[in-house]
Design a protein around this ligand. Structure first.
Ligand SMILES: [Zn+2]
Length: 380
């Protein structure tokens, strides 16, 4: 599931109340340090926070948060504000492409990455442009670009904001260039360095920045986000949050993986019901029996949900379908062989099965029974 482009405001980032407040207070009273280092461990939301803070600094109508609607906010949400600059590591994948075209392609990839994967890691970034097996660096040329960008006055805002992501991956000569700039910062410029490995940064860089520590989220914050933004049931959100240990990016990946598995399992199951493939149905029932209670419940509620999605599709209400990707493809295919009567019967059978499972019947028997009844319903 993908979160579509929205302004990266403080309120779109879960948790971190204390840090957000310190940042906005400093900005309101003109006390924002010219160079800050947003420090977090793997999975900390320091990059989205830097983005939200840049948006806040530029916002023309700010309160405790950015307004989200002014011209500056709108440009920042599309990542095209001329006074928000990004520096990020890149692998050497240029080959023999034209320089300008290559730069434009990379800027586009970067915008896509931040929009579709706002909590992504360095690996997610390098995978997104096909640089996974090559070391990513901030090159010396890049530091020249920084100097060039900073030599210009702000275009639309009162100041420029330069976000440097993963400064620990700067080429040594790039690092020296940056160091000089931090020593004598140009006027009207805020630097936000964003690191997940502060121990690998030059101490001279650390000493020239104000440190802002960005903690991981609590389990409750991750859980709340999964429930609110991803429509996940509380019990499943709880379990995922526990596994993810404060790392929201990991939590979202765990969910996506689980959804892929569920789709695959459900597709296989429905196909076996259709084809009256009893051997497969028995082994699916055995597999189901081997799951823990919570997973059994999740499979059942996932199946009921997919039936609901199919019903929406069959009844022409596909505009409100929530399924995407493989799930949507399944729903479309499944709709071709289903009608409302079959869906209604299947619904009832699945709900009855859930009821018996809750009363601790044998999972294998309940599941097998359900499969045989579904087979009859699908092939009347
Ligand atoms: Zn605004």
């Amino acid at each position: 599931m993908v979160e579509r482009s929205r302004t990266m405001t403080f309120s779109n980032i879960p948790g971190l109340q204390g840090v957000k407040q310190v940042l906005s207070e400093a900005a309101k009273t003109n006390h924002t340090a010219h160079a800050q280092l947003f420090v977090g461990t793997d999975g900390a939301l320091n990059l989205p926070l830097a983005l939200a803070f840049a948006t806040y600094l530029h916002c023309e109508n700010k309160g405790d948060d950015s307004c989200g609607t002014c011209s500056a906010c709108s440009k920042n949400s599309k990542l095209i504000h001329p006074d928000t600059h990004f520096v990020f590591p890149l692998s050497n994948i240029k080959n023999d492409k034209d320089e300008e075209r290559f730069k434009a392609e990379i800027r586009k990839s970067w915008r896509t990455f931040l929009t579709e994967n706002p909590f992504g890691t360095l690996d997610d970034w390098t995978n997104s442009y096909g640089g996974e097996d090559k070391q990513a660096l901030i090159s010396r040329e890049e530091s020249r670009e920084i100097v060039k960008a900073l030599s210009l006055k702000p275009f639309e805002s009162q100041h420029k904001v330069m976000i440097i992501w993963q400064p620990e991956l700067m080429h040594p000569s790039a690092a020296n260039g940056i160091l000089k700039i931090l020593e004598e910062p140009p006027p009207h410029t805020y630097f936000i360095l964003v690191t997940n490995a502060a121990d690998r940064l030059l101490s001279t860089i650390i000493s020239r920045t104000q440190i802002v520590t960005v903690p991981l989220l609590s389990d409750e914050e991750v859980e709340g986000y999964l429930v609110d933004k991803h429509g996940v049931e509380v019990s499943r959100a709880q379990r995922t949050a526990q596994l993810a240990d404060g790392n929201l990016n990991l939590a979202i990946k765990l969910l996506d993986n689980e959804e892929d598995n569920n789709t695959l399992r459900f597709t296989e199951w429905m196909r076996a019901c259709f084809k009256r493939n009893y051997g497969t149905l028995v082994s699916i029932a055995e597999e189901y029996h081997g799951l823990d209670k919570l997973s059994q419940r999740n499979v059942m509620s996932y199946s009921i949900n997919m039936m609901r999605e199919t019903m929406l599709h069959v009844s022409g209400a596909s505009a409100i379908n929530r399924a995407t990707g493989d799930e949507l493809k399944f729903v479309q295919d499944f709709s071709k062989v289903m009608n409302l009567e079959k869906i209604e019967k299947s619904f009832k059978l699945m709900n009855d099965a859930s009821y018996h499972l809750e009363r601790n019947g044998s999972a294998k028997m309940i599941f097998l029974d359900l499969s045989l009844n579904l087979s009859k319903t699908l092939n009347p």
